[in-house]
Design a protein around this ligand. Structure first.
Ligand SMILES: NC(=O)c1ccc[n+]([C@@H]2O[C@H](COP(=O)([O-])OP(=O)(O)OC[C@H]3O[C@@H](n4cnc5c(N)ncnc54)[C@H](OP(=O)(O)O)[C@@H]3O)[C@@H](O)[C@H]2O)c1
Length: 280
């Protein structure tokens, strides 16, 4: 999802090699080492992961192998090749019990297998690569990808096109995050050789899935009734942190860069989905 939107943006300034998983399995250390050391890359942007939280909960060994060990392979190769590494982490490394958005100063406390595997990956990068050569972005609730979107926003939009009533969870909050906006930010950070750990999210108040569903309906101008429901209505195998919103304090302090409000970004994306839908 993120790659679909970020790669075309980054291609404006950079020559990009984006191998498919069949050619570049991150769990295969030999392939990773050879590709990265031979490639003479300036930057390796690592976005690959197993991202289905419930699947990860049921398959902790595989989740750790891909999300942690796969990241370690890339970090070791970048260290050997002497190139920079950018890693996309998640707001899901926090327990979600703080009751306010997390900043870069807060201590991670993952509450599920996925969060643990991503946090361990962050540690491995920091232990393997020189400080000025790593960039870690903890991003919030991602959406984007257009045609390929099979996640919450894409599904909700499609559902609203075909039904008159939907339900959405109203007691779990996060920071919505448009993948296109992350693409533009990455371009800026790479050009300015920014390094370190950053929280990245569109601005605005924390949102629940219910808030996002209301915003999707309004942008798409669809006559749909939305029922706010508690998360207990949809039991999940992996624990969902109740409040995993994040705040981009370092982004503003070090780059004077402000992400746009999540409502404006989501509105743009829904109009993009509507156009795709109309063209199909
Ligand atoms: N989605 C979110 O809300 C969210 C929030 C915060 C952070 N993130 C992070 O942001 C990044 C991008 O997320 P996304 O939602 O765009 O993910 P995504 O759509 O699930 O894409 C992940 C990609 O990783 C690939 N992959 C899986 N195992 C691999 C392996 N062993 N070797 C090489 N490639 C492999 C997948 O290929 P296949 O499709 O072929 O398996 C897929 O193309 C991830 O690091 C994720 O943890 C996501």
């Amino acid at each position: 999802m993120l790659g679909t939107d970020a790669v075309p943006i980054l291609s404006r300034q950079f020559e990009i090699i984006a191998p498919p998983e069949e050619q570049f399995d991150i769990t295969d250390l030999d392939t990773v080492m050879t590709t990265i050391c031979k490639g003479k890359f300036d930057i390796v942007l690592h976005m690959a992961a197993l991202t289905d939280l419930d699947w990860c909960e049921d398959n902790p060994d595989r989740a750790r192998l891909v999300n942690t060990e796969g990241t370690k392979n890339i970090a070791l190769a970048c260290a050997k090749a002497g190139c920079r590494m950018a890693y996309i982490s998640t707001s899901g490394i926090f327990s979600g019990r703080m009751g306010r958005p997390y900043t870069e100063e807060d201590n991670p406390k993952p509450a599920n297998v996925y969060g643990m595997s991503k946090h361990e990956a962050e540690i491995v990068i920091q232990e393997s690569i020189q400080e000025e050569n790593w960039l870690i972005l903890r991003v919030g609730w991602l959406y984007g990808g257009g045609k390929k979107d099979k996640k919450f926003v894409g599904k909700m939009f499609q559902l609203m096109m075909t039904t008159s009533k939907v339900m959405a969870v109203a007691d779990i909050w996060g920071s919505p995050n448009y993948s296109v906006d992350i693409g533009y930010l990455l371009e800026n950070m790479f050009l300015h050789k920014i390094h370190g750990l950053f929280h990245i999210a569109n601005t605005g108040e924390p949102a629940s899935r219910y808030d996002m569903a209301l915003a999707i309906r309004d942008s798409a101008q669809l006559p749909v009734e939305i029922e706010a429901v508690p998360s207990s209505r949809f039991p999940t195998r992996a624990f969902r942190p109740p409040m995993e919103a994040i705040k981009s304090v370092r982004l503003i302090n070090t780059m004077q860069y402000t992400m746009r409000n999540w409502r404006d970004a989501l509105d743009e994306y829904i109009k993009r989905l509507a156009k795709i839908n109309a063209a199909d």
